[in-house]
Design a protein around this ligand. Structure first.
Ligand SMILES: Nc1ncnc2c1ncn2[C@@H]1O[C@H](COP(=O)(O)OP(=O)(O)OP(=O)(O)O)[C@@H](O)[C@H]1O
Length: 229
């Protein structure tokens, strides 16, 4: 589903590569934790999948397509098939839960009847039943992140990218967020989650790819956050 083929990324005016000779193959339906210290290249890895950045060397393939050969006009189509969740939720503050999730479908022209049907299903899936009419400021951080996940998933993307989704959330609530991501993964969506959250990584025992100075230093199935000796 996602293949990094000897990918090196050097940003303009930087000497040190953000990623160096990265080879990672992520298959359809996998759940992968991307870990590593600040500045190790995790966000760069995610941005390359979205074609927000281009590799300086090597190739990134997503869903069988080499992104370097993907025309610019096809990039919006690629991004539509990839849901994104961020540390800071990024909800529209003047829209309620239903409207925040519905908006993701409105902007891609889905019919109103379809929106009325699928939004409540996804709001329930993320555990916000009964809260569709709450405004973001009436929700806890964990609940706001659930809305952001619902919005990212409502179009049934093939891939969900999550960049530090539990970064602003207390540990107990983070477990709930992880369970939602796990539920989404079980529907067949490939999930890539960049995180510093050792407790989460240890509790969920998924594949772990660790970056250090832009290099893959570990690729372990059912890993834990620190090195398992
Ligand atoms: N747009 C950019 N221009 C120049 N350098 C950048 C840019 N984005 C990232 N970098 C550099 O690339 C390296 C990797 O950054 P990246 O954001 O991918 O790391 P990260 O692992 O996601 O860090 P964090 O956990 O702090 O988010 C860092 O040295 C960073 O300073």
């Amino acid at each position: 589903m996602i293949h990094f083929d000897n990918v090196t990324k050097v940003y303009k005016n930087q000497n040190r590569p953000a990623l160096q000779h990265v080879n990672v193959a992520i298959e359809k339906g996998e759940f992968l934790f991307l870990v590593g210290p600040s500045g190790s290249g995790k966000s760069t890895f995610l941005r390359l999948i979205l074609k927000e950045e281009r590799p300086s060397q090597g190739h990134v393939h997503v869903a069988g397509k080499d992104l370097s050969r993907l025309s610019n006009w096809k990039v919006p189509h690629l991004r539509r098939r990839i849901g994104c969740v961020f540390q800071d939720f990024r909800l529209l503050p003047n829209k309620n839960v239903f409207e925040n999730v519905a908006f993701a479908l409105e902007v891609i022209g889905k019919p109103r009847r379809f929106i009325q049907k699928v939004v409540p299903e996804v709001v329930d899936l993320v555990g916000l039943e009964g809260k569709a009419h709450r405004m973001p400021h009436e929700l806890s951080g964990g609940e706001q992140q659930r809305v952001a996940i619902a919005r990212a998933f409502v179009n049934r993307p093939m891939i969900l990218l999550a960049d530090e989704p539990t970064g602003n959330i207390d540990p107990a609530t983070s477990i709930g967020i992880m369970k939602v991501l796990d539920r989404i993964n079980r529907t067949g969506t490939t999930v890539v989650m960049a995180t510093h959250d050792a407790a989460i990584v240890d509790a969920f025992r998924k594949r772990v790819v660790e970056l250090e100075d832009g290099r893959v230093v570990r690729d372990q199935s059912r890993g834990v956050y620190g090195q398992a000796y």
